[in-house]
Design a protein around this ligand. Structure first.
Ligand code: ATP
Ligand code: MG
Ligand code: MG
Ligand code: MG
Length: 439
């Protein structure tokens, strides 16, 4: 991508409305724009990051055996009347009427709809286990939308729903998502700690929130500090192994970790004082096992091996991609801007032409740009006629992991400078060496 032909509306000034660093940096880098309270457009740079986050979420859901579909944002109120949540959900639900005066709503979550899909076509235990997910916009009329897309009214959620014949089988499904979440957040460059959590309006018996420790987090959390160093399940984790997944779950729940709603002061005080971590955190994911809470009122049953009908045992599993993007920034930035983990960076490399219009600089940058593109890298080429200082500031602000800098003096020697955004380390090398390092 040539910056001269791209759309990346950088802000020079610090936006006054932004209270936390991620919100400030997302606005300054031109990633998002608020359209009305708590409702955002994702501008091209932001969209690139969001897409990469979603791609990782999708890969790990698929690896764990979940199957992607797509459900609509608008739902009929009837389904929610069946489950009993239409009246219970309260003011967070945006209620709408269509031209026939039928009550509709903008879905805040999808338990009812997916249960309806399930009951219409699955009739036998032989079709289980089943886990269906989608990545779709949700709407919750939050009382206090704030911090940009961290807490917005319209936001994106990956929500998965599992269906099993028995509670034991449902626990295995729960453990699959538990392990998938550990892997997902790790690949996003985050350390998320599963904590015992309240089940809220989703309801249910077993529940964990995945929390990232951050001073700007809205949750108050308490945990053993050893979680920070725990191993993440590997790429070759066998998701069909009941015992293997149970061992992962047992290990990751062996020490104290709870959100304030579930906090047990006495149990926490039993943790040696030096190991206690009492901090603030950001909820980036939340998983629930709720048994037959929806299948019973909505009549979602399958025939079991005993020939009888059984209400199906369900769980639901949410991740917030539009919250994860600012959460990653909260965890990874410096005074100059964002520092993206390579896995979600909007571009892999930015090529900075310090003197656009200078023949040697132009030729060098074009050569590098073409070679890296050909190698399949996502490259941003700053070919604008801004001052070099402005270009350096922009490259640091948008947080691309690698900068290749071509200035007249180095280019005259057949060289460029390669800068690592995270460490700030700079290295001068031949043009060829710079290309070879990244292809
Ligand atoms: P919170 O406690 O922050 O209000 P929640 O517990 O209501 O979140 P869940 O129903 O558990 O949210 O939804 C699953 C995930 O969706 C959350 O873990 C979070 O990542 C994301 N999410 C929920 N509400 C919002 C929001 N208003 N803006 C952005 N992401 C959200
Ligand atoms: Mg909420
Ligand atoms: Mg919550
Ligand atoms: Mg939650």
């Amino acid at each position: 991508m040539r910056l001269s032909r791209y759309f990346m509306p950088i802000l020079k000034e610090n936006p006054k409305e932004a209270e936390i660093v991620s919100h400030r940096l997302m606005l300054r880098a031109g990633m998002i724009r608020q359209q009305s309270q708590g409702i955002y457009s994702w501008l091209p740079l932001g969209k690139r990051v969001l897409d990469k986050v979603n791609a990782i979420i999708r890969e790990e859901q698929n690896r764990a055996g979940a199957i992607e579909l797509s459900m609509p944002t608008l739902q009929s109120a009837e389904l929610w009347q069946e489950s009993g949540r239409y009246d219970a959900y309260g003011k967070e639900m945006l209620r709408i009427k269509d031209r026939q005066d039928r009550p509709m709503l903008y879905g805040p979550t999808n338990e009812e709809m997916v249960t309806d899909i399930f009951r219409s076509s699955v009739k036998s235990y032989k079709d289980l286990p089943l886990n269906l997910y989608h990545i779709q916009l949700k709407f919750r009329d939050e009382i206090r939308p704030r911090f940009g897309t961290m807490r917005s009214r319209e936001f994106m959620m990956k929500d998965a729903y599992s269906f099993d014949l028995t509670s034991e089988a449902a626990e295995h499904s729960y453990n699959k998502m538990f392990a998938a979440y550990l892997r997902t957040f790790d690949r996003l460059g985050l350390r998320a700690i599963p904590m015992r959590a309240d089940t809220g309006p989703i309801g249910g018996k077993l529940s964990h929130e995945f929390i990232i420790l951050a001073d700007t987090g809205e949750s108050e959390v308490f945990c053993h500090k050893d979680f920070v160093g725990f191993d993440i399940p590997g790429e070759h984790t066998d998701f069909d192994s009941v015992d293997g997944l149970q061992a992962i779950f047992d290990k990751w729940t062996s020490l104290y970790a709870a959100t304030s709603e579930m906090h047990d002061e006495a149990a926490f005080n039993a943790v040696p004082e030096g190991d206690r971590l009492s901090a603030r955190g950001i909820e980036v994911g939340h998983i629930f096992y709720f048994g037959t809470k929806y299948s019973e009122p909505m009549g979602a049953k399958v025939q079991g091996p005993d020939g009888k009908e059984h209400f199906v045992h369900m769980g639901s599993y949410g991740i917030g991609p539009t919250r994860l993007v600012p959460a990653i920034i909260e965890a990874s930035h410096d005074d100059n801007g964002i520092i993206w983990p390579a896995s979600v960076a909007p571009f892999d490399i930015v090529v900075i032409n310090m003197k656009a219009g200078d023949q040697a600089c132009d030729d060098t940058c074009e050569l590098i740009y073409a070679a890296l593109n050909k190698a399949g890298k996502d490259v941003l080429y700053d070919d604008t006629d801004d001052r070099a200082g402005t270009k350096f500031a922009t490259a640091d602000l948008i947080g691309v992991p690698v900068q290749i800098i071509a200035g007249p003096r180095a280019v005259a020697n057949g060289e460029v400078e390669v800068k690592d955004r995270r460490t700030g380390a700079r290295e001068t090398m031949t043009i060829e060496a710079a290309i070879n390092r990244f292809v």
